[in-house]
Unconditional design. Structure first.
Length: 186
């Protein structure tokens, strides 16, 4: 509040010239007293909470330093995602190794693992038997011989070689003269 502004307002309001200075002095004194009361209240609050504010600022600075030690958050997210992907790939490779696969990294994309579930106790996937059987039949050379259970519905298990030879000779009779006689044929 300025004295000149107050004087102008009082003149416009019709305050007599001889009383003008007394009224201005009184208003300015009251205003100053009110301002001083509020200033002292503000200073009391500042001093009351200064220690709390400083403690909070120090705590924030400590956390900021601690976070800097952990590095970038995006790096951490990427590291976590990569770790999960690597663990998942290792599980899949182990699954193929347990099923006799010689080169499991070549087979990973051949199986839809979402059709099975990972059994934590057995440390392997379950529900993928059909997929593995198909792979063993279609990619026999990529699996150990003792792990292959090749199934051909057209071949009878009691005479596998004889059946294949008989079929071949039926399709190519000219080759019969080069073949030794079969033990079970008369």
């Amino acid at each position: 509040m300025k004295r000149e502004d107050l004087k102008k307002q009082l003149i416009e309001a019709g305050t007599p010239e001889d009383k003008l200075n007394g009224v201005i002095d009184y208003v300015m004194a009251q205003n100053g007293a009110d301002i001083n009361v509020h200033k002292s209240e503000l200073e009391a609050l500042k001093s009351k909470y200064a220690d709390d504010i400083k403690a909070k600022d120090d705590l924030i600075k400590g956390y900021e330093e601690k976070v800097k030690g952990y590095g970038d958050y995006e790096e951490l997210k990427k590291f976590k995602a990569d770790s999960i992907a690597n663990a998942e790939k290792s599980r899949k490779i182990d699954f193929f190794k347990k099923n006799g696969c010689k080169h499991p990294e070549l087979m990973i994309d051949k199986v839809d693992f979402s059709k099975g579930t990972y059994d934590e106790t057995k440390q392997t996937y379950t529900g993928l038997d059909d997929s593995i059987t198909d792979l063993k039949n279609n990619y026999a050379d990529l699996f150990d011989n003792n792990s292959i259970q090749k199934i051909n519905p057209n071949v009878q298990p009691n005479n596998v070689n004889g059946d294949i030879t008989s079929r071949y000779l039926t399709e190519h009779p000219e080759m019969a003269k080069f073949m030794p006689p079969l033990a079970n044929q008369k």
